[in-house]
Write a protein that binds this ligand. Structure first.
Ligand code: ADP
Length: 248
């Protein structure tokens, strides 16, 4: 258990409190292109997490001195709505959101072909409407789809999920009660097709063997998420093609 947390039983008769098995993801719902004014957008649900990602750009970078003459600059802003948590969250940036913005940008950076758009900015906004642990992973999944929806050239999508340890067991995709009362939480992001890890963080402690088992579990789940992301994008764009054909 993480320090200073009240101990509660998180596993009963081999099941988690929400009825999931140890290697089960929460239900995922994806909608692509939900915002009219954004160049690309995505609504992503992971259990009780509800997040929206919006992408703007590539567009002229301001201030100009921050431009990169060789490539686009990617900016990422993660923000939790004041109403997204049980107690109202104080609006505005804090240390946590600055950290999550930084690691999320770094998780997506390797797939974005920034060299195509020198001197520009690509702005990625992630808004957490409702949170239940794993918001950074939901945000990265949503942002990756929104970037693709914006038509930004990418080598691939990035998929993300957390694993952790509760009541001594390694489990996939912790919810808030598990995150609060569990022993460890380890968010992972990866390019599923090449098995390239682009984010790996850990809160709490895992033995080496547990870490390896957890990482394997997360990587397997990233493959599942990747398929859902792909399917959502294909669904969105095959729909538009159908409409076009119908009108012709
Ligand atoms: P993640 O959401 O990526 O798992 P954390 O591990 O930092 O990030 O947070 C876990 C959960 O704790 C969040 O999803 C949210 O439900 C809750 N939480 C985080 N920050 C706050 C806050 N300022 N007020 C209330 N709840 C919070």
């Amino acid at each position: 258990m993480k320090e200073g947390k009240e101990e509660i039983e998180l596993i009963k008769e081999g099941k988690r409190l929400d009825g999931r098995g140890f290697d089960e993801l929460r239900p995922i719902k994806i909608e692509v292109g939900v915002l009219k004014r954004a160049d690309g957008s995505c609504y992503f649900e992971l259990g009780d997490n509800k997040v929206i990602a919006a992408v703007y750009g590539p567009r002229e970078m301001h201030p100009r001195h921050a431009q990169d003459a060789k490539m686009a600059v990617v900016k990422f802003r993660y923000n939790m709505a004041p109403f997204s948590v049980d107690d109202r969250k104080r609006p505005g940036p804090d240390r946590r959101s600055v950290e999550i913005s930084k690691v999320s940008r770094e998780a997506l950076d390797p797939v974005i072909m920034r060299e195509y758009y020198p001197k520009t900015a690509i702005d990625v906004y992630v808004e957490i409407l409702q949170s239940d642990a794993g918001t950074r992973t939901a945000g990265i999944n949503a942002a990756s789809i929104a970037l693709a929806d914006a038509g930004i050239p990418m080598k691939d999508l990035v998929s993300s999920v957390a694993v952790g340890k509760i009541d001594g067991e390694i489990v996939l995709d912790l919810n808030a009660i598990e995150d609060n009362h569990g022993e460890a939480d380890m968010p992972v992001a990866m390019v599923a097709r090449t098995n390239t890890i682009t984010l790996l963080q850990m809160d709490g402690r895992l033995e080496r063997e547990e870490f390896e088992r957890g990482l394997k579990l997360a990587m397997g789940a990233c493959h599942q998420i990747y398929e859902l992301q792909r399917a959502a994008l294909i669904d969105r764009y095959s729909e538009s093609v159908d409409v076009g054909e119908g009108e012709a």
